[in-house]
Design a protein around this ligand. Structure first.
Ligand SMILES: Cc1ncc(COP(=O)(O)O)c(C=O)c1O
Length: 421
């Protein structure tokens, strides 16, 4: 008997199709917009210069001459690609230098470089955990963590975003599960830009005997005196077992890493499928990451991070003063308030967020739009983020455009594609 279900039918009938078609028809799609030059604080996108408030190029190092030189030198020395896994013919002296410098920077015994940040999470989590173990994750954790967790087939015990009481309950339950327990959280949450309460999480993990891993994708090169991330900022770097970082944000490249004990890193080196069964990153990417790391670790790194955080606080205060619903600043253990470079503006309704995005785009500002399922239903965000290289006039102009766009947006936004359309 032939198979009756056409597997590809879901491509014709998926839940997002109607929205996607309507958005395309009305040129309202905020995604896949084309960047036509270097992604600086003002970038050429689809024929026009736009102030970029939607980039993770936090320190602006993708255009730095030293970082570009490091990428070009790596390209010259090792060619365009390595055509093999790190495990086989894909390890160059640059990878080893980068791993040594990352471990030294993070203050860990060792570090392992992966081809993407996504793969670093998958490679660590899905290798360390098996079906006999338990993983406890925050509901706001990045998709790469959640994918890794399902690949591991470990028992999953999720807890509500940043709720320590729920985490504690899960840790108590996990004690009876019988296997090892790993708690995984983002240091800085990628959509809301808020910080995990890491001192309290680390203390709970210690009390309950669980291991702790922190995703520092948005923390490295941004937070802490030396720029190693949220763990450093919150004073718990020594209490966290594993830290993941990516090169695709402040390190101005592509790739990722895990930093931890020599024992665990060596285990991943020979057991992690996401490390062994994919080709090594192109040499230019490794060279750029190393070049960016060296700038960050120089005195100039501190200056760039200071400028980045000043810009974040300025944009946050400017949006709040204009009546926008911005996610609250974090309070640090010393009582001071702190704004990460991710400054989201809560809009609520999906279509309203898309129309707002389009108004900004047409006026010369590019921001990211986060819709469900990236955020909870009805919690659409304009996720803005700043760079160290934004000048005050860029931010002032962007704030003006935000205000004008909001004032020009009709109060009630009929869904595009509805009868009113
Ligand atoms: C919190 C977090 N973790 C992991 C990743 C994956 O990193 P990459 O884009 O380098 O693969 C990202 C990037 O989107 C992220 O925001």
């Amino acid at each position: 008997m032939p198979i009756e279900t056409d597997l590809f039918a879901k491509a014709r009938n998926h839940e997002r199709l109607e929205q996607l078609t309507a958005a395309r028809e009305h040129d309202l799609l905020p995604y896949f917009r084309v960047v036509e030059a270097e992604p600086g604080p003002v970038a050429l996108m689809e024929g026009r210069e736009r102030i970029t408030l939607g980039s993770n190029n936090y320190l602006g190092l993708t255009g730095d001459e030293r970082v570009k030189r490091a990428a070009a030198d790596a390209l010259e020395a090792y060619g365009t690609g390595l055509t093999g896994s790190r495990f086989m013919n894909g390890t160059t002296p640059l990878h080893l230098e980068l791993e040594r410098e990352l471990a030294d920077w993070m203050g860990s015994e060792d570090a392992l470089v992966f081809t993407a940040g996504y793969l670093a999470n998958v490679g660590a989590i899905a290798t360390l955990l098996g079906p006999e173990d338990t993983v406890i994750c925050d509901s706001g954790d990045h998709a790469s963590i959640l994918d890794a967790v399902s690949m591991s087939r470990a028992r999953i015990r999720p807890f509500r975003h940043n709720r320590l009481d729920k985490l504690e309950k899960m840790l108590t339950r996990a004690a009876d599960d019988g296997g090892g327990v790993l708690v995984v959280v983002d240091g800085v949450f990628s959509m809301e830009g808020d910080l995990a309460p890491l001192p309290e999480i680390a203390a709970l993990c210690r009390t309950h005997g669980a291991r702790l891993m922190v995703d520092e994708a948005h923390g490295v090169g941004v937070l802490g005196e030396r720029g190693t991330g949220a763990c450093e900022l919150l004073g718990v770097a020594g209490d966290v077992d594993l830290r993941m970082g990516t090169f695709s944000k402040s390190l101005a490249s592509c790739g990722g890493f895990i930093a931890g004990s020599a024992e665990v890193i060596d285990f991943l080196r020979v057991q992690s499928r996401a490390f062994m069964f994919t080709a090594s990153a192109v040499p230019a990417a490794v060279g750029a990451a190393l070049g960016a790391l060296r700038v960050i670790r120089s005195g100039e790194g501190r200056e760039l991070m200071d400028r980045l955080l000043e810009n974040a606080a300025y944009l946050h205060a400017g949006l709040a003063a204009r009546g926008f619903d911005v996610v609250e600043a974090a309070t640090l253990p010393d009582g001071s308030s702190f704004v990460t470079p991710i400054v989201p503006v809560v809009i609520g309704d999906d279509w309203r967020a898309v129309l707002f995005w389009k108004g900004l785009w047409e006026a010369g500002v590019y921001a990211n739009v986060a819709l469900y399922p990236a955020v909870p239903p009805g919690g659409a965000l304009l996720r803005t983020s700043v760079m160290a290289t934004h000048r005050r006039e860029h931010l002032d102009r962007a704030l003006e455009i935000f205000e004008r766009t909001r004032d020009e947006l009709p109060d009630a936004v009929p869904p595009v594609g509805s009868a009113a359309d």
